[in-house]
Design a protein around this ligand. Sequence first.
Ligand code: ATP
Ligand code: MG
Length: 279
Amino acid sequence: MTGQARSATAAALLDVRDLHVEFDTAEGVVRAVDGVSLTVDAGEALGVVGESGSGKSVTALALMGLLPTPPARVRAQRIRLGGIDLLRLDPEGMTRVRGQQVGFVFQDPLAALNPVMRIGRQISEVIEFHGDSSRPEAERFAIEWLGRVGIAAPSEVARTYPHQLSGGMRQRALIAMALAGEPDVLIADEPTTALDVTVQAQIVAMVRRLCDEMRMALIWISHDFGVVAGLADRVAVMRSGRVVETAPVRELYAAPREPYTRELVTLARSNEIERAHRT
Ligand SMILES: Nc1ncnc2c1ncn2[C@@H]1O[C@H](COP(=O)(O)OP(=O)(O)OP(=O)(O)O)[C@@H](O)[C@H]1O
Ligand SMILES: [Mg+2]
C-alpha cells in the first residue's frame, strides 16, 4: 500500500452530494432544496422526516429526474446510484434506471394506478417489462405479489379495477407493483399518511419485512417521526430544504442533538401515548 489516498468506506448504493433545487415562480425564486447530502447503503432503510414544505418530496423527485425543468432548476455535486452517475444520464438512460433500479410509491395510489386496467395486469406488465417472463407467467407472478403484500384472495383482487378497492388495498397493490420490478431501492413518499393508524402500521411492517427478504434498500419519507422510527435503520431530519441531522434511529430517539429533532421526537412520543389510550 502506497501513501496514495484510497476511499475508506465502500461505495454507498445511493450517494447524493450537495443537491439544490430551485423553482422560478411569479413571486420569485423558491429554494426548495438547499444543499442536501445523503447516502443509502444496499439493503439499508433510511427514513426522511420533516415538516410539510421542508423539501422531502422535491428531494426524492429531483434525485430520480422526475421534476420538470423548467420550472425546476436542479444541480448537485454528485448523484450516483449503484455506480451509475445519474447526472450524466440522458432522459432515456434515466427512464431505464427508474424502471429497473428504483421503485416508487407515492401518497396517492389512484394517481399512480391506471383506472381502466385491472390490478393484476398492471403488475404483470411491470414483470414482463423487467424480465423475460411470458404473459401467463407474469400474470401468475402478479397474483403471488398481491399475496406477498398481504392481500387476501389475490386472484380475485387481480381481476378488479383500482376504484373497486379500499385505500389500504390500493396502496398495497401499488407497493406490489413497485416491488415486482425487483428494484435495488424503493422510494416511498408518505404512502400511508391517508390511511388509518392500524392499516398504516400493518403496511409499514409489511414493507420492512419484504425489504429485508429482498435485501432491498428503502427510503421512507414521512412528516411523522413515529412512523419512520419503527421502520428505518437511520433517519435524516429535514428542515427548510436542508438535512439538519442524520443518525441511527435509536440514537435520534434517545438523544436528539438538534432542537428541531427533539420537537419531532416529543411529538411522536405524545402521539404514541394518545394511540395507546385509544386502543
Ligand atoms: N412546482 C413547484 N413550484 C414552486 N414551488 C414548489 C414546487 N414544488 C414544490 N415547491 C416548494 O418547495 C418546497 C418543498 O416542497 P416539498 O413538496 O418537497 O415539501 P415536503 O417536505 O414534501 O412537504 P409535505 O410533507 O407537505 O409533502 C415547498 O416550499 C413547496 O412549496
Ligand atoms: Mg411531500
